[in-house]
Design a protein around this ligand. Structure first.
Ligand code: ADP
Length: 489
């Protein structure tokens, strides 16, 4: 197999990967995380693993930076540093691309040209915010008094990120947290800590004061739980599973820290009979198979009008069979890589078996692909019923479920019959129907005749058990800020 050679900078980074990034220091730990390459099952690196003691140190360091050099920066200078970090990410996009391709397994060209480039843009968007975070003067009805508001940072933010987009999910949280003036302790997912560690080194290089960004890889139940419970952390920003989100809320009660959660999904994607199928079929296909189905917005429940269902399913299966699946670092530019871990592969294959046992029809895929690496053949299941476990729980893998429907009212009710509410969408050439669905679907993002678009300027987040708080746009600044009301007499 022909693989990309490791870039010299990536080799040099991996040789020096040791140590938690706390302040300007690299702190060694007694225990370590073995970072595995899911494409080869080989060991990439052994990185430091934080426990409660190291979380204490990181939080104290973030606090010192907040009340010290970071808090003293002007909005202009804060924005300039954030912009520089965006530029540095883009300049080093091949390094980020290789690191994410190595520990997540996603194709290098996608990690470099999509994940890294969009991360850079995220920082550039938020770089403009520090000088635009304004309070108001309020016309209060108290004679002789003036009242105004100040918008201040929340303080020390604990950011806990998942493995599906190792760089991008960090960018989504870190850029607004910094723009709003906070300092950060970041715990990346234990499977994919490499690009976050590299980012910490880069932040120091572009001139961030030490302690503004501290990166502490570790296990969820250990470092993650300690961060979520820490009395010195003012806010936790979390992306991950709904189950872990609940644990984080429980852990946060001690000091009533602010919490924002971007959790699981089970998005309904509806193809009406009048859809432009030339766009709807590939759109619905990539809505699920993009990032190997490992997105919380994956269009996992594909409702297809019964009159077009056979044609649509046939075409989806054909597309799935045409996908190129292979190691993230292979020279050949694959469409998809492996799923992230052995545990994830077992879980995904278990769901497929459960679905077919319950009566779903496997049109293609349905099994592991190859013997090395955690590859799951892209799978299309037809005849999925609303009450099957595979139609209710998040699979987070390359498994597309097709559910037939007959009427608009019926499909709207079925689409909303889920505990999740992150994303939903439909394909139809009837604009009035687009608007009706946008009103009726209960989800934080609605895509009509498109899927998966996000933009740093447009708010993103979940209804129902998909979480609370909105990332991106002005909403994200609000999420990482608090308002103070000032009276003058
Ligand atoms: P998955 O089950 O797919 O790994 P999680 O939601 O468990 O997804 O993981 C997302 C992030 O949450 C990771 O960084 C993980 O380490 C962290 N995490 C897991 N459990 C906890 C916990 N109890 N407290 C805090 N963070 C956690």
């Amino acid at each position: 197999m022909n693989m990309h050679a490791l870039l010299p900078d990536v080799s040099a980074f991996l040789d020096n990967v040791q140590g938690l990034r706390i302040g300007a220091e690299k702190i060694e730990t007694a225990e370590h995380l073995d970072v595995e390459n899911p494409s080869t099952q080989g060991l990439i690196a052994r990185v430091a693993r934080a426990g409660a003691r190291e979380i204490d140190l990181a939080v104290a360091t973030a606090r010192a930076a907040l009340t010290g050099p970071w808090g003293a920066l002007t909005p202009h200078d804060r924005g300039q540093l954030i912009w520089r970090l965006g530029d540095a990410i883009e300049e080093n996009k091949a390094i980020f691309g290789q690191l994410d391709a190595l520990d997540n397994g996603k194709p290098f060209h996608i990690a470099r040209d999509v994940d890294a480039v969009y991360s850079a843009r995220h920082f550039r968007y938020f770089a403009g915010w520090p000088s635009k975070i304004e309070g108001r003067t309020i016309p209060v009805s108290v004679p002789g008094r003036m009242n105004y508001t100040k918008v201040e940072p929340v303080g020390v933010c604990g950011l806990i990120t998942p493995w599906n987009y190792p760089t991008l999910m960090v960018a989504w949280k870190l850029a607004p947290a910094l723009a709003a003036g906070n300092t950060v302790v970041l715990k990346p997912a234990e499977q994919t800590p490499l690009s976050a560690l590299f980012l910490a080194d880069l932040a120091l290089k572009v001139g961030f004061p030490p302690g503004v960004l501290n990166v502490v890889p570790g296990l969820g139940m250990d470092a993650g739980a300690a961060l979520a419970a820490h009395p010195g952390v003012d806010k936790v920003g979390f992306t991950g599973s709904t189950e872990t989100g609940r644990r984080i809320v429980e852990a946060s009660v001690g000091n009533l820290k602010k919490v924002s959660l971007e959790l699981g999904g089970k998005a309904a994607n509806i193809i009406f009979a009048d859809a432009d199928l030339k766009r709807a079929i590939p759109g619905a296909f990539w809505a699920l198979f993009g990032n190997n189905g490992q997105s919380c917005t994956a269009g996992a429940r594909l409702f297809v009008h019964r009159s077009i269902r056979d044609d649509v399913v046939r075409e989806l299966a054909k597309m799935a069979e045409g996908l190129s699946v292979g190691p993230g670092m292979e020279l050949k530019a694959h469409d998809l890589g492996p799923v992230v871990s052995a545990a994830q592969m077992t879980k995904v294959l278990g769901y497929i078996d459960q679905g077919t046992a319950a009566g779903a029809q496997c049109m293609t895929g349905g099994a592991r692909q190859g013997e090395t690496g955690y590859f799951v053949a892209p799978t299309v299941l037809d005849n999925v019923a609303d009450d099957m476990v595979i139609a209710r729980e998040e699979i987070f893998g390359p498994v597309l479920s097709v559910l037939p429907f007959d009427e608009e009212d019926e499909v709207l009710a079925r689409a909303n019959d889920t505990e999740f509410g992150l994303a939903a969408g439909c394909w139809t050439q009837d604009v009035s129907r687009c608007l009706r669905m946008a009103d009726g679907l209960k989800a934080g993002t609605i895509w009509t005749n498109t899927w998966g678009d996000t933009d740093p300027a447009s708010p993103f987040g979940g209804m129902k058990q998909s979480g609370y708080g909105r990332e991106m746009g002005g909403e994200a600044i609000a999420l990482y800020s608090q308002t103070k009301s000032v009276w003058l007499g």
